[in-house]
Design a protein around this ligand. Structure first.
Ligand SMILES: Cc1cc2nc3c(=O)[nH]c(=O)nc-3n(C[C@H](O)[C@H](O)[C@H](O)COP(=O)(O)OP(=O)(O)OC[C@H]3O[C@@H](n4cnc5c(N)ncnc54)[C@H](O)[C@@H]3O)c2cc1C
Length: 326
């Protein structure tokens, strides 16, 4: 059955709860759908997730397609991709949106290749042009310009960064349709992604991030930052060079070509503060920088700066936190 919808939003869930990026995407889609005079459909894959559909409708979905199955509990690239591709082929939405989370960044490019359409990754804005097409706004040339991109093929696909758009408030009086779909598993012969790594860290949603940069001397030294992160209930982040070196997974990367984060505390250890790194973390409530070089640019945006060797400062911080908690 084809429903009357022209914007489709992939709504990500983790452990049975809808990821907040989905509400941001639905709120933005609602604004655009009202201008276009079209409807919005949401796609939700997971296990025991039927109750989550209520909120999707409250945030703007007119129809929710739900695939509820134990095999969809965790992100499985092949099954997720094939389910979405089949649904998109049947429903032919004009616009198809994903969050630029680790999951969305893995899934959306593969869906776009399967559908033979374009994809604009990591958008920070969306708009509707006079001709009704989607304008996808994203930084280009290291963030020096904002590119406005239009796609000639259909659907027009984009991933949108987490926390760059506002989720409106839920309208509890909103009504919509929930369509349960039967999940058809894809026979899988190999695992493409390392599930452990992908699900291991949610840096975009973290409230406390302890990030390491080239001030670290060897990969194992991330364990020092992990110890501090564990004590504070935070996660470990990284500047890009260490990710490129393979010292830590890409899902930990903060910055222009990594994750945008907005934690309550961001502790930068041995990070100089390049424009590309700061593009991803300058929205943190409180920034603490530890660096041996007093002229490092990171100190220009830090709320607290510690000029010193991270190998001395971090162990002392850990010791002090432990002492106070006794
Ligand atoms: C298109 C493009 C996209 C990019 N995207 C990103 C991105 O998403 N994220 C990102 O991070 N980078 C990104 N980069 C790379 C960026 O330009 C910088 O090269 C990178 O951020 C530098 O990382 P760093 O601060 O760890 O290293 P460095 O700039 O080398 O800084 C290391 C710092 O550690 C300090 N230090 C050394 N020893 C110690 C010690 N013992 N204790 C304390 N401090 C010490 C030094 O004083 C120095 O300030 C991108 C670049 C390009 C061109």
């Amino acid at each position: 059955m084809k429903v009357h919808s022209n914007i489709m939003v992939f709504c990500e869930q983790r452990e049975g709860k809808v990821h907040p990026i989905s509400f941001e995407l639905l709120s933005k889609s609602k604004e655009m759908a009202d201008r276009l005079g079209v409807e919005i459909s949401a796609v939700l894959l997971g296990e025991s997730i039927i109750e989550e559909t209520i909120e999707l409708i409250q945030y703007g979905a007119d129809t929710v397609f739900v695939y509820d199955h134990p095999s969809l509990r965790e992100f499985d690239l092949l099954n997720y991709k094939h389910t979405i591709v089949d649904l998109v082929r049947e429903q032919s939405p004009e616009i198809l949106l994903f969050g630029a989370t680790n999951l969305g960044r893995s899934l959306a490019p593969r869906v776009s290749v399967a559908l033979n359409t374009g994809l604009t990754a990591d958008c920070i804005g969306l708009d509707i042009d006079e001709d009704g097409s989607l304008i996808q706004i994203r930084p280009a040339f290291t963030g020096n310009i904002l590119a406005w991109i239009k796609t000639s093929t259909r659907p027009q696909m984009a991933t949108v960064r987490y926390k760059v758009m506002q989720a409106g408030s839920a309208d509890i009086s909103r009504k919509g349709k929930v369509i349960r779909r039967e999940f058809q598993p894809v026979p899988s012969f190999f695992t493409i992604i390392d599930q452990e790594k992908l699900n291991g860290v949610d840096i975009s949603g973290a409230e406390i991030i302890i990030s390491g940069g080239r001030g670290l001397k060897k990969p194992d030294d991330f364990s020092l930052l992990a110890e501090l992160a564990d004590l504070l209930g935070g996660v470990v982040g990284s500047s890009r060079p260490l990710v490129d070196e393979g010292w830590i997974g890409r899902e930990h990367q903060v910055g222009f070509s990594g994750n945008t984060v907005k934690p309550k505390f961001y502790i930068a250890c041995g990070i100089s503060g390049s424009a590309q790194h700061m593009a991803g973390m300058r929205g943190a409530d409180v920034i603490i920088a530890i660096n041996t070089d007093p002229s490092a640019p990171i100190f220009q945006i830090a709320d607290y700066g510690i000029v010193g060797d991270l190998y001395e400062v971090v162990p002392r911080l850990i010791e002090e936190i432990r002492r106070r908690r006794k």
